[in-house]
Design a protein around this ligand. Sequence first.
Ligand code: ZN
Ligand code: MN
Length: 479
Amino acid sequence: MTEYEAVIGLETHIQLNTKTKIFCSCKADSWEDEANTNICPVCTGLPGVLPVLNRAVVEKGVLLAHAMHSEIRRVSFFDRKNYFYPDLPKGYQISQYDMSLGNGGYLDLPMPGGVVCRVSITKLHLEEDAGKTKNAGNDRFIDFNRCGVPLIEMVTGPDLHSADEAAQYLIRLRQMLRWLGISEADMEKGHLRCDANVSIRPKGADYLNTKTEIKNVNSIDNVRNAIEHEIVRQIREVEAGNRISAWTLDWDDEKSELRKMRSKETEADYRYFREPDLLPVRLDDAWLESILADFPELPLERKQRFLEEYKLPEYDAEILTSERNLSDYFETAVKAYGSDPKKVSNYLMNDVLRMLNDSGKTAEQLKLTPLYLADILKLVDTGKINTSTGKSLLGKVEESGKAPSAIVEAEGLGLVSDDSSIRSVAEKIVANNSKEVEAYRSGKVSLMGWFTGQVMREMRGKADPALAQQILKELLDVV
Ligand code: ZN
Ligand code: MN
């Protein structure tokens, strides 16, 4: 029996999080706005208007191109991609074609077992979005809010070989976009859209077979599902002696199945030509340097550094570098604490992450700052408070925004390390429990734990346990 391998390429459209659209000053993100409220003559293609390029779009494009190891073209051009569709009021989309901002590049995906899958980038260009069409019975509604919203189109080579690799690509791309701060990258909101080209071939073959294209998938899980379904279907067809036709398929989320869309007429001829209303984009040295001046350490590099510098387990390093905010938080806290990065990691992974999930905040929005977290750890280490008080302090600091030591002071949470008050409690307990005292003195030294527990209970857990034990020992060991 033939063994098959899948060959997958992904085409993504990334919505950039600029304030305004790519060629006009309309608001870019109108996810929650009423239809046709963020439009103007430019983005609705009225005659006689001229587009003006938004510099922020170029800058965000440069950041992504740099992160993808693309060559950044110092002079790039906009082109018109001509096609007719009701939600494209100009009759053409302003895009980039042969001289796009980014040229080539790759994204490395860490796969299980320490394997790295390198995915080549074949296209990385800037373009404007089209509008949205909604069908309702016999009526068709068009919302132009999305016209002119800035996008990066990024296309991979046919380098992915399973649904899992495709999903991993999207997970890492999303992480990168958020890390660079250039897109919300939320698939459910259409900030990151993905079409998948899928074909199969006998394992080890080096040619490409006819591919199908899966469209309209709105989550990473669904991309994985849809590709898995399509691979199975293609193998079944080929095994039955049928040919694969170049269909465009639509993923039906509810039924978890692929539907053949009305097959596209022939391959569209977009009649690309240079956009005559825009100048070439020139990136001179000064501009390029200023864009890349604060280019961050990227997630995988930072993860590697966390493994080496802080000796964190793989699992911790992966989670702590899942978001840039969180990894910054961790590092600030470790530096302030001055030792034991693993302990800081434990507090982050258990307590701080739960806090983030419950509140919907990002790490930098917490009132429990990394410095306060370090303060709490130090209070526990120096015996000023016990561990459980430390844990409850986390929530109290987050609620009030007050410094941990101020809360300890105000609420009297500190451990009593005053010899005489512990001694008087201990004396009372020794006096009231003659049976246990006798047992202890006749050799049952394990009762020390019980005595200490009594003192702690009497003092509502606030006695310094080491001191309490020392005092008890003095009282009990005297015969
Ligand atoms: Zn506009
Ligand atoms: Mn496109």
